[in-house]
Design a protein. Structure first.
Length: 215
């Protein structure tokens, strides 16, 4: 009996961890991007008005210009540029990296992610909740999974050649929190005393990091 209960609780926890977005209740719910309502997701347009182009996008056809700060640019599908993905629990991301560019450590509160390296050589990795790091070097055609909610990164190991990756994410609205920016450039700021103690640095260090990150 006790074992049965433990098994049930384990299963419930496991199932809740792999849960993606809520199941759709219809074939499709093409996003009405002009709707004034706030619901869990985006309201649908009249199904009779749906056309093929609602399910297509060229949003990922163009290279994103890597930022000077990190040397990367992430372009996402969303309910605005691909309204047909509303309620489907999916996002596709195009990740362009310049030489030695990184997508800094970040997490997606609502999605797991599977990434495929299409060009260049990537070092990718995530840290689990026990503090263990899993990393892998990816060549074109090779893939890696980042479990939901865990902090992960991608980096281009080549200092000259750009790299390209594409990721699928298990939510139409994965959300992203870049750890360094969340902690040092939030508005309003996290009090210096907290960051000093959290990172075991002094006030000047905190100011310098804030300034370097554009906060
Ligand atoms: C990503 O690239 C696009 C297209 O070049 C650009 O408009 C956008 O500002 C870039 N984003 C960042 C964060 O640099």
């Amino acid at each position: 009996m006790k074992n049965g209960l433990q098994l049930f609780i384990c299963l419930a926890i496991l199932l809740s961890m792999v849960e993606a977005d809520p199941e759709p209740l219809q074939d499709y719910c093409v996003a009405d991007t002009k709707s004034p309502f706030f619901i869990n997701g985006v309201p649908c347009i009249d199904p009779k008005l749906v056309v093929s182009s609602h399910f297509a996008t060229s949003a990922l056809a163009v290279r994103g210009k890597p930022s000077t700060l990190f040397g990367s640019n992430v372009t996402l599908t969303n309910t605005a540029n691909l309204p047909g993905l509303n309620t489907m629990g999916l996002t596709l991301a195009r990740i362009d990296l310049s030489g030695n560019g990184i997508v800094p450590p970040h997490s997606h509160p609502r999605a797991s992610e599977v990434t495929i390296c299409l060009d260049g050589t990537l070092l990718v990795g995530f840290v689990d909740t026990s503090g263990r790091l899993f990393t892998q070097q990816l060549r074109p055609g090779e893939s890696f999974v980042f479990p939901k909610g865990l902090i992960h990164f991608l980096s281009n190991v080549d200092s000259m050649k750009p790299a390209l990756a594409v990721s699928g994410l298990s939510s139409q609205n994965p959300g992203a929190q870049i750890s360094s920016l969340a902690e040092f450039t939030s508005k309003p700021s996290i009090p210096d005393e907290i960051l000093k103690k959290a990172f075991q640095v002094n006030g000047q260090d905190v100011s310098r990091i804030r300034k370097n990150l554009g906060g």
